[in-house]
Design a protein around this ligand. Structure first.
Ligand code: ZN
Length: 459
């Protein structure tokens, strides 16, 4: 069982001065097996790695903490977290897809009237117009998102920040500051993102947005570049958008991350095939950066795929097939809010989001689900706790079986993304709210999000 629940990312010689221990007592463990020898465990971490795991009821343990610690680990510098039989220890969580700059925008733009996608784009663009002159607000909203995420057990996130003629580099500048200011409690991976078209609508000429995105992608601290090809005025320009994002990713050695095929229109061409073609071509010609991956978010159009189309996609990405480095991320809070099929269904419009449970179970596809937006026009009801997606997923995917529930959250190939190298201690009485969660950083130190919040402000 040792090391089962922590993927170490540090070697011992990164902590040369003195061994440092964290003892987590009386805790339930993340485990997908139905048989455990004890309901509660004590977990001993040394220098950021799980050193030992013992049943709390083990007769070799004693009630006296000092004796127990001296007999178990070799250090005077021991930090003790006592879960008191009310907490569960899990690998820390990861936001696979979240917007750092567009969170908590309700009330900062016009009231929603129709609640539809066009209105969301319009009122968000309106709010974005204020970003460059409201940097403190931009920082504070991003700070709140990071701190409240850490309180939910999140220690890593792919954070999209927009770059365009409206916001210029303001979202990126603030995102990079937040990344640095919170680096001890959360790994904020910055993805520069073009929500707006890269082409001017009338003449298909390249717009200034592309130049800005190219410059943004060259900045230190940026790990991914992405776009929303569906905002381009034609399929041809959407494909050019995709090619440009791939070119930027190749030039700067970045991951690519697309908001793609965000429709339930069966007549719309699924651009996932074009993305795969472009990726395939670059890999064959040696232009794709080593280790870089492609992420495709939303992809609701794929919910209309036939079994043959899913099999073809699975073959393209599965290690036993072509092994192309592409993964899908369903974003159910936004998808089910925005995606409804056709006016003819006015009184009972079917809604769509990727059925990540069946895609993992039937096609073994690399899939995840993530939060995307929190309290903005695209997802007014959004909450930022990744575990809150699980009860939603049980209903959406009819996943009430023990196996599906395990697939949603507790297996290593879980559909909720875990963060490598960190643990999260969650209060089992308040998992959905997650407000009493504690996290360890990659050195095994407990981190208090509240303390982090208070310690840093806009600078
Ligand atoms: Zn998004």
């Amino acid at each position: 069982m040792q090391g089962e629940f922590l993927v170490p990312v540090h070697s011992a010689n990164e902590f040369p001065e003195k061994a440092r221990q964290v003892l987590i007592r009386n805790v339930y463990l993340h485990d997908d097996s139905s048989v455990q020898s004890s309901p509660l465990y004590d977990v001993i971490c040394t220098n950021g790695k799980v050193h030992d795991v013992r049943a709390t009821s083990d007769p070799t343990n004693v009630e006296n903490d000092d004796t127990y610690i001296r007999g178990s680990i070799d250090s005077e510098d021991v930090e003790i977290l006592d879960a008191e039989g009310k907490g569960i220890l899990v690998p820390a969580l990861c936001h696979a897809h979240i917007h750092l700059d567009k969170c908590f925008l309700l009330g900062k733009s016009d009231e929603l009237v129709s609640g539809d996608f066009a209105e969301a784009l319009k009122v968000t663009a309106q709010a974005k117009g204020n970003f460059p002159s409201a940097l403190e607000d931009l920082y504070n909203r991003g700070s709140r998102l990071i701190v409240e995420s850490v309180e939910c057990g999140v220690t890593a996130m792919r954070a999209h920040v927009e770059v365009d003629e409206t916001v210029h580099m303001s979202c990126l500048d603030v995102g990079l500051r937040l990344k640095k200011d919170y680096e001890t409690i959360c790994d904020v991976q910055i993805a520069v993102f073009a929500q707006d078209p890269l082409f001017s609508a009338q003449n298909a000429e390249l717009g200034d947005n592309l130049i800005l995105l190219q410059n943004a992608a060259a900045r230190d601290g940026v790990h991914a570049v992405g776009s929303a090809p569906y905002v381009e005025p034609s399929v041809a320009q959407a494909k050019r958008n995709i090619r440009f994002i791939f070119d930027i990713a190749c030039t700067h050695g970045l991951h690519a991350d697309f908001h793609l095929d965000y429709t339930l229109d069966r007549d719309a061409e699924p651009l996932i095939w074009y993305v795969l073609d472009e990726l395939r071509t670059r890999m064959r010609t040696g232009r794709w950066p080593a280790g870089a991956r492609v992420c495709v978010g939303h992809a609701t159009r794929l919910t209309l795929f036939s079994a043959e189309e899913w099999a073809a996609l699975a073959h393209a990405v599965h290690p036993d097939g072509e092994g192309l480095p592409l993964a899908l991320v369903g974003l159910p809070p936004s998808d089910v809010y925005m995606m409804a099929r056709g006016a003819q269904w006015e009184l009972a419009r079917p809604r769509g989001t990727l059925d990540v449970v069946r895609l993992a179970r039937v096609h073994a596809l690399p899939v995840a689900m993530a939060v995307n937006n929190v309290e903005n026009a695209f997802t007014p009801q959004g909450v930022l706790d990744p575990l809150a997606l699980c009860p939603l997923g049980v209903a959406l995917f009819q996943s009430g079986t023990r196996a599906d529930a395990a697939r949603l959250v507790v297996r290593r190939s879980s559909l909720i993304c875990f963060s490598r190298g960190s643990l999260a201690l969650l209060d089992t009485l308040n998992v959905a709210g997650g407000r009493d969660g504690k996290c360890t950083d990659r050195g095994g130190h407990e981190r208090s999000p509240r303390a982090a919040s208070g310690a840093r402000g806009p600078s």
